[in-house]
Design a protein around this ligand. Sequence first.
Ligand SMILES: Nc1nc2c(c(=O)[nH]1)N[C@H]1C(S)=C(S)[C@@H](COP(=O)(O)O)O[C@H]1N2
Ligand SMILES: [Mo]
Length: 314
Amino acid sequence: MLIKRTGDLKTSEITPEHLYLNRRDFIRGASAAGIGLASSLVFPDPARSDDRWPRGKRGPYDTDEEANTFKDITTYNNFYEFGVDKSDPAANSAGFQPKPWTVRIEGDVKKPATYNLEDFIKPYKLEDRIYRMRCVEGWSMVIPWRGFPLSDLLKKVEPTSRAKFVTFETVYRPGQMPGQKQRFLEWPYVEGLRMDEALNPLTLLAVGLYGKDLPNQNGAPLRLVTPWKYGFKGIKSIVKINFTDKEPRTTWNISAPGEYGFYSNVNPGVDHPRWSQKSERRIGEFFKRKTLMFNGYADQVASMYAGMDMRKNF
Ligand SMILES: Nc1nc2c(c(=O)[nH]1)N[C@H]1C(S)=C(S)[C@@H](COP(=O)(O)O)O[C@H]1N2
Ligand SMILES: [Mo]
């Protein structure tokens, strides 16, 4: 028989897929730690695998950090409507139907309306933006979102001068969302932003990631993305957007008011009552890294909070 030289073999031809992935995670951790492995002598460089979103800034809001894999982003999730474990949303959301979908715009707004999702999205130019995301639990990811600035929607629907806040509501569908049959949280999940936060150019309504439609576990078909805030502000599977003059209730604040405030800005200087926020673990890496003020977006957002006490307004 012919004997292939190792250099001609792809690692995936020699190793079963699950071992291959585990080894890649291991090597990724090792290289993040600066531990040099002479791996190229044994098998091809796994970092060259093509399952990553191409690295590099393509717009002013992009991070140049390496994206997490599609697999990381779609199997390690928080979406309590499908269960409280990180693996539950991927495991329990296959029966969720994001089509057809209806979004209502209401409250202090000149053009209230009910749209189907296609019509809702049609006026806007979709962009791919690669953002750092930081969960309050102390882990982070880099995610290439596809969406449009929330400010584009606001220009179109025209909030009135009374409107000081925007609120968002997740769909309530216990038949398709098994977690909603239990009282993990008060349902439906609700969130909100101050008007200037909603107008900030970083704030996106996302309809996709990795260039594809949002997977159910990531909040199909429409979710909020505010990368300078803890992950829980990024409400998923939105059916209602409301404009109001009062600071809105938000799900995690209802559930534990001493632990989660309205603002929820990423802040290494304000610890969660039960744990530090000074560092975080990037999913796929081994060692922790320092958490940055506003998750590294201070240049774009700090001015919105000038003069506010960030300890009181956590
Ligand atoms: N409706 C709803 N939205 C939600 C959540 C949730 O449980 N329900 N979890 C939040 C939390 S805590 C985080 S960290 C992010 C996670 O988003 P991802 O799974 O797409 O990374 O979604 C947020 N949006
Ligand atoms: Mo989170």
